[in-house]
Ligand binder design. Structure first.
Ligand code: PMP
Length: 550
């Protein structure tokens, strides 16, 4: 049987011609815009463009999200949060009082709530006790009720965090090829397994996948979600969309989050959240009152706990910590979002678990100028994972030396105006790196403060000495024969040290001798790395200064 979404759609949606202005066709660059009754007055020099209806940015976001999810643009509907798409799907395919949806409690409450506000029944097929889907009961329910038009699945599953096996969803979707299967993947970025959108386009015509920027991209406040499906089905749902559903500031925030710097940032945050999730899970499983910690593939943990209501109140009233009481969904159930390492430590302390280990010294920043877009993060207390991508090959090689030999994890993603030359890219990257290193060393309590290293590399020899004094001073003694090494102008080596010293607020002296420019340059960065490693090392808890301030 070939699945035809038109046969399920509410009939009057089939010939809706979605509203599009002429700007869609012509673009608006260079035009005097007198077509939409907007107020022509922006807000001066810092014009945010909010006097205009959203337009070009939205098209850019469609292009960007299509690339992110590996599907053509007409397979996507971007909506104000995926919550909105849930309601729209129900309105597009279910007639109030006639059709129904199937849900698997405990599950995300919006499916049933959206059904209710649209006058559509939500029929429950409860999960099995171990938070696994009851496929047999779900199949029976679908087969017994031809009016059950949409089946909502959620993986990783909210509230339990468990992933529904990919092959089981595929088999179910193929078996019920006459229904719409909505697979809500709001937390997919935190999962180890594949996404349904990795399946070849066209292979699952009745499946709609929901994704969101709310979780992995830290944009819950911007309300940007995405529905992904076959173009025919997507077009039917889109017929319900109002003309300008996505506010310009949200679209701009989404574009920034999906820039190379934004993606690098989110990747690092996901890694950290997953590490924290696993740390938290291990610690919680030691608690006397916690019976089960469900294996989570999301950015939260679900536990069943003796005295769960009382614990929920204690955490709130005595410690100001709010976790989600899910005792109605599952007896003893509490859902706990993974927070920052500090927040997680507070929770563990409140539960009387593990004295809070000292948090890693780390920092991150996103820096956008007309010349460069940079994401930079460091962790002084972990050697990795690191990733360096500046678009300047030899400079990447040098930064790789810096992270490797300093034992400082660095994530650096720079997109610069290298079509001009590599100057801005290199300079701004070092500025960003200096800033995050300075933030990460924090109040400098307990650090060695001074670091030095004498490093040989074949015929080359470099010496680096650092004082994290709070005062910027740089000195470089050395010269190169070549103007440039693999895209890095050699005059930038001294400039790198200067930029680093300024932003790290450190005194840095470097000298190099030798014959081979590649060796000399590499020796400089390695010596710098080793000196930095020593300077940031913790040796006690005193402030290494007689002044009492660094
Ligand atoms: N699906 C699930 C499973 C969720 O948990 C949530 C939000 N908590 C959403 C969808 C809604 O996401 P959005 O912010 O994109 O509306």
């Amino acid at each position: 049987m070939t699945f035809d979404p038109r046969s399920l759609a509410r009939p009057w949606l089939l010939d809706v011609v979605p509203y599009t202005g002429e700007r869609e066709a012509h673009g608006q660059d260079g035009l005097t815009l007198l077509d939409m009754n907007e107020n022509p007055n922006g807000d001066g020099d810092g014009n945010t463009g909010l006097n205009r209806y959203p337009g070009p940015e939205v098209r850019a976001l469609y292009a960007r999200m299509a690339r992110l999810y590996g599907r053509p643009e007409n397979h996507l509907m971007i909506s104000p949060g995926s919550d909105e798409a849930i309601g729209m799907l129900i309105r597009a395919f279910c007639t109030p009082g006639e059709h129904s949806i199937l849900v698997n409690p405990p599950t995300f409450g919006m499916y049933a709530l959206s059904a209710k506000v649209n006058g559509v029944a939500a029929k429950s097929v409860p999960m099995l006790a171990d938070a696994k889907l009851d496929w047999t009961a779900l199949s029976d329910a679908a087969e017994q009720d031809a009016n059950a038009r949409i089946i909502f699945l959620c993986t990783p599953q909210n509230p339990c965090g468990t992933a529904v096996p990919h092959d089981e969803i595929l088999a179910f979707a193929k078996r019920h090829a006459d229904r719409i299967i909505v697979v809500d993947e709001a937390y997919q970025e935190f999962a180890d397994g594949p996404s349904l959108i990795d399946e070849p386009a066209g292979s699952l015509p009745n499946v709609v996948v929901l994704r969101t920027l709310s979780k992995a991209y830290a944009l819950a406040g911007a309300r940007i979600g995405c529905m992904i499906g076959e173009p025919g089905l997507v077009a039917i749902v889109k017929a319900l969309q109002s003309p300008y559903p996505l506010p310009t500031p949200s679209v701009k925030a989404a574009l920034a989050a999906l820039s190379p710097a934004g993606v690098a940032q989110s990747k690092r945050q996901i890694t950290e959240l997953k590490e924290e999730r696993d740390r938290l899970a291990a610690a919680l499983s030691q608690h006397d009152d916690i019976e089960t910690v469900f294996e989570s593939q999301a950015n939260f943990l679900f536990v069943t706990m003796r005295q769960a209501d009382a614990w929920h109140q204690t955490l709130l009233n005595d410690f100001g910590i709010l976790v989600r009481n899910q005792t109605k969904a599952l007896p003893g159930g509490l859902r706990i979002s993974v927070g920052t390492p500090r927040e997680n430590d507070l929770l563990l302390q409140a539960l009387g678990l593990a004295p809070a280990p000292k948090a890693d010294r780390k920092a991150e920043l996103k820096r956008e100028t007309k010349e460069t877009s940079i994401y930079c993060a460091v962790n002084l207390d972990k050697p990795g994972p690191s990733s360096i991508a500046t678009g300047v090959g030899f400079f990447d090689h040098m930064l790789d030396q810096l992270t490797k030999h300093s034992g400082i994890a660095m994530v650096i993603a720079t997109e610069g105006d290298t079509h001009i030359d590599t100057h801005h890219t290199v300079e701004d990257t070092m500025i960003a790196l200096g800033q995050v290193l300075d933030q990460a060393v924090g109040d400098k309590r307990g650090i060695l403060r001074y670091g030095h290293f004498d490093l040989v590399m074949d015929e080359a020899r470099a010496q680096a000495a650092i004082d994290l004094s709070g005062r910027a001073h740089a000195s470089f003694d050395g010269s190169f024969k070549a103007d440039s090494l693999g895209g890095l102008q050699t005059e930038m080596v001294a400039h790198c040290i200067q930029s680093l010293a300024e932003k790290l607020r450190a005194t840095i002296h470097v000298s190099v001798t030798g014959d081979n420019d590649h060796h000399k340059c590499e020796a400089v960065f390695k010596a710098l790395a080793k000196a930095l490693k020593m300077a940031v090392k913790i040796e006690g808890d005193a402030l290494p200064s007689t002044k009492g301030l660094l």
